[in-house]
Design a protein around this ligand. Sequence first.
Ligand SMILES: [Zn+2]
Length: 255
Amino acid sequence: MQTYEIIPVNVGEFTAFEKSMFVYRKDYGVKLHAPFIMYLIRNKDTCVVVDTGCSDSEWSMRHHGYSVIRQDHQMPAQAIKRLGINAEDVKFVVNTHLHWDHCFNNEQFPNAKIYVQKRELQYAICPLPQHYSHYESLQVGLTPPWIKALTRIQPVEGDCELLPGIDLVLLPGHTPGFQGVLVNTDQGKYLIAGDCIALLECWDSSGNHQHSISGIYNNLEEYCASLAKIEQLNVADRILPGHDMKVFEHQVYPY
Ligand SMILES: [Zn+2]
């Protein structure tokens, strides 16, 4: 089985994000400095990019009401260049889901196929009104950012292997077609859980199953089933979240 390393890349930051959007019915009014995380999975043969981050601050403020910091070196193509990889050479991009802050820069990888769950694509065309802004949807006069690279989108259905040692895992709840990425490393499997587990504190490692879900969701029952599915993956201390600054305490996983 192939093994990989996983590098978290900071591609922008919310300066004061409402924490209850990450932890359902907790910590109302608490503001977080929260990064947008692009994960790079690589070994000597290949690399895979998971999620492509957010817009600039002006766009974010206008359409989402949040200020973000995104410096030039945090643009995804520039950020991975600093890791020795040209964006043109990336053949695989995975979007965990199609919220604007996870797919905004797909077009910066011009030769990549972009792997998205079919359910997510279907929902993103016509989401519930409460989710229009998360998808920058057509219904509010915007062009969803993933459409910029539409011709390279590769729909997938359910759990499937992306490459030997890298599996896509359907984890609906935060969105209908949310997927995590399960990565084989020489220290066991890691799960890039993204917004399904937005902060490390959302995962209850005690065995009491008291995980916190995101404050943004479309289906609580599916969400809870997805958390049970993650428990079965036995990755409890090897979960990589969607928006937690603590991820950057290590430059590479395994560490
Ligand atoms: Zn999201």
